[in-house]
Design a protein around this ligand. Structure first.
Ligand SMILES: *[C@@H]1O[C@H](CO)[C@@H](O)[C@H](O)[C@H]1NC(C)=O
Ligand SMILES: *[C@@H]1O[C@H](CO)[C@@H](O)[C@H](O)[C@H]1NC(C)=O
Ligand SMILES: [Cu+2]
Length: 278
């Protein structure tokens, strides 16, 4: 049985159209520049890397993992980092293809190359609830505490969309914080859900205000303290456990995790898994 060519072509066209649409839909972190996005004003990818044409795509769903947190572990070069002062508010911006009814967002910092994260802002339900009128200028202010230590920091955005497939979004920007010379950052670890069967947390769709939205899961996040060594000059944290060491000291002790018992370990591997486009 042979399908008429026109039907085949039509099917192919619809299929290709669907594929094209998926690469432009979804949402990604546009400012500060999410790694490897091709937007005007963003740095070129580091040597050997290419612009991510799927910058808006989720990193996984409840069914499978597609990409690691941040999508890639290779940061922008040091010279490309956007510099903020501790206490600054970052007016984060998003490339919104489809906002999927908004949802829950978390923003987190890592001082140790994405091994340890501390959440600095959480928005339940109201994140990315754009309207056609607000979308173009939509910004979410994320304040960096004035107590933050200086460092080369990864700034991560995580999102659980309200409508559609049960997806996890993650983009990361490489920033530099100018703040205290060494110190600690206390907070909570990010909630990781909808990220393959290995992560039991599941946040179902919540299109209506009365729908369960999994927001209670955010209360299960573990406490974490990140410690950052200072240069040995200038101020340093006072109190227990504060350390200062000469510049160039043992890198592996940067950002050591203090709290443990995390519900969902954050070490993630690139797993091959099937991935549903949305
Ligand atoms: C950030 O990284 C650069 C390049 O490796 C280094 O020179 C600088 O000291 C680092 N800054 C901090 C605060 O660790
Ligand atoms: C760095 O610190 C770790 C943990 O304290 C230690 O095992 C390791 O030997 C140190 N490395 C260097 C180069 O000092
Ligand atoms: Cu989407």
């Amino acid at each position: 049985m042979i399908l008429p060519t026109t039907i085949l072509l039509t099917t192919l066209a619809v299929y290709l159209l669907a594929l094209t649409t998926t690469t432009t839909a979804h949402t990604g972190l546009a400012y500060p520049c999410g790694r490897y996005q091709g937007a005007v004003g963003c740095p070129a990818p580091p040597p050997g890397q290419v612009v991510d044409v799927d910058i808006n795509a989720p990193i996984g769903t409840n069914l499978g993992i597609n990409q690691q947190l941040c999508k890639t572990s290779i940061p922008y070069p040091f010279s490309s980092r956007t510099v903020y002062r501790a206490g600054d508010t970052i007016q984060t911006a998003y490339s919104i293809g489809s906002a999927h009814g908004g949802g829950h967002c978390q923003w987190a910092l890592s001082y140790d190359g994405e091994k340890t994260w501390v959440v600095i802002k959480t928005m339940i339900r109201t994140c990315l609830q754009v309207t056609p009128e607000t979308q173009a200028n939509y910004r979410i202010p994320v304040q960096l505490s004035k107590d933050l230590p200086s460092g080369n920091v990864t700034f991560m955005w995580l999102w659980y969309n309200a409508i559609g497939q049960r997806e996890l979004y993650s983009n990361c920007a490489d920033i530099r914080v100018e703040g205290r010379d060494g110190g600690s950052v206390k907070g909570l670890e990010p909630l990781i859900a909808n990220y393959g069967p290995g992560y039991p947390a599941f946040i179902n769709e919540f299109p209506y205000a009365t729908d369960p939205d999994g927001s209670e899961l955010f209360a299960t996040r573990s406490a974490v303290t990140i410690r950052v060594r200072g240069s040995g000059v200038g101020t340093s944290e006072t109190g227990s456990g504060a350390t200062s060491a000469p510049t160039g000291s043992n890198q592996s002790s940067f950002g050591s995790r203090i709290a443990s018992g995390s519900l969902f370990p954050l070490s993630v591997a690139l797993a091959s898994s099937f991935y549903l486009f949305n």
